[in-house]
Design a protein around this ligand. Sequence first.
Ligand code: URP
Ligand code: ZN
Ligand code: ZN
Length: 462
Amino acid sequence: MPLLIKNGRIITATDDYKADIYCADETITRIEKSIDAKRLPKSTEVVNAAGKYVFPGFIDPHVHIYLPFMGTFSADDYESASKAALAGGTTTFIEMICPGPKDDPWEAYQLWRSQAKKKAAVDYTYHMSIVRFEPKVRAQFAKIVKDGVPSFKVFLAYKGALDLSDEHLFAAMTQAKSLGAIVTAHCENAEAIDAMQKQLLAAGKTGPEYHGVSRPPVVEASGVHHLCSFASLTGAHVYTVHTSCEDSVQEALNARYRGVDVWIESVAPHLVLDESFAALPDFEGAKYVMSPPLRAKHHQNVLWNGLRSRAISTVGTDHAPFTPKQKEMGKDAFTRIPNGIPSIQERVDLLHTYGVMRGRLSLNAMVDAGSTQAARIFGMYPKKGTIKIGSDADLVVYDPKAKGTFTKSDSYSKADYCAYDGWERLGRATVVTVRGQVQAKNGKFVGTIGRGQFIRREATHG
Ligand code: URP
Ligand code: ZN
Ligand code: ZN
């Protein structure tokens, strides 16, 4: 069905103007000062966006939906995660494929693809994790890139589970460069963390508040330095995921000034939650255990300023939902608390409420970090990430005056808690479309499960 969005204020990463948008055959076909609805096909759905912003669909470049991790599985599936994403204004996400070290990469790729089939209501793509890179599996990664997934994920953390040896890291980055694929990386030094965890547990420091103590900023910054050193040796383009602190941002920027092609991602929890949440009593802190950990509050200013100046490119979520019951696996030792905080539904409103409305971020910077940069870096632009003739009709009509609170009862995630429960929310997506079809209204999913499509991307980082 054709779609007309009338009277809205269109906000992209660079522009801010009033116009009407007409969409047909899943794409934006007209953007004009005034489009007369009477001259359009009778079947056209008309949305009045007067007093509202019209944003390009938001893109979350870092989510976990199907995740076997730390002896359990993350709580969401493609249906619940899609609904949560759409209710909050996210129309595309990039999921991390995270197989174990013994798994066959191509089989893992097929397994993750099968999880989305018929269940996705957003468009989606993947970063393919490399957890080992011996010669016999290398051709499989080339095949995955050819299939439209030109981005890898490496973990420098999680000793014995997901971490990659330096030998394999170097070879993987060399191949990434030759394939034109970008290497996204979890940058924390696995060995240092392991040693510090052992020390803390031996001293009887077992609670969630010690998770952050076991992986201070220098552990992450040294991971960023390591990744960037290998990038300068191999020429690979790199992207530091969930960059949480000033030390790491500085390392990445220093490398950028040395000529390394490095992009920086921040994630919603690090922008608004600080280390005091992981120290909440009665094991409440476990809900706030993620890696890298929540930091001292002053790091948040650096992240917001990095976004404002566009030195930090993107804001994702690292949505990794584990229920309070699952978190109890670490009741006796913080090292066994499944790491992750769900945020896929709240990200856009958090950016608007605590970024734009607090004067930390312009609307253009919000769109750039929440959508456009992810599309550009990961080879989806201008199909995704902007409002242009020919772009996919992924649009978010956003009411900046809609006041409310974040609540668990509004949440579609199966995590069974909302990390921002009771917090003020200023603004809300009132209409969310995926390729021209309305999929969510006023925080409720109203669309079609199975409508989401796998996006084949081009390798642009050669
Ligand atoms: O705590 C986190 N971040 N959990 C998910 C796995 C990862 O490191 O991204
Ligand atoms: Zn990570
Ligand atoms: Zn992650």
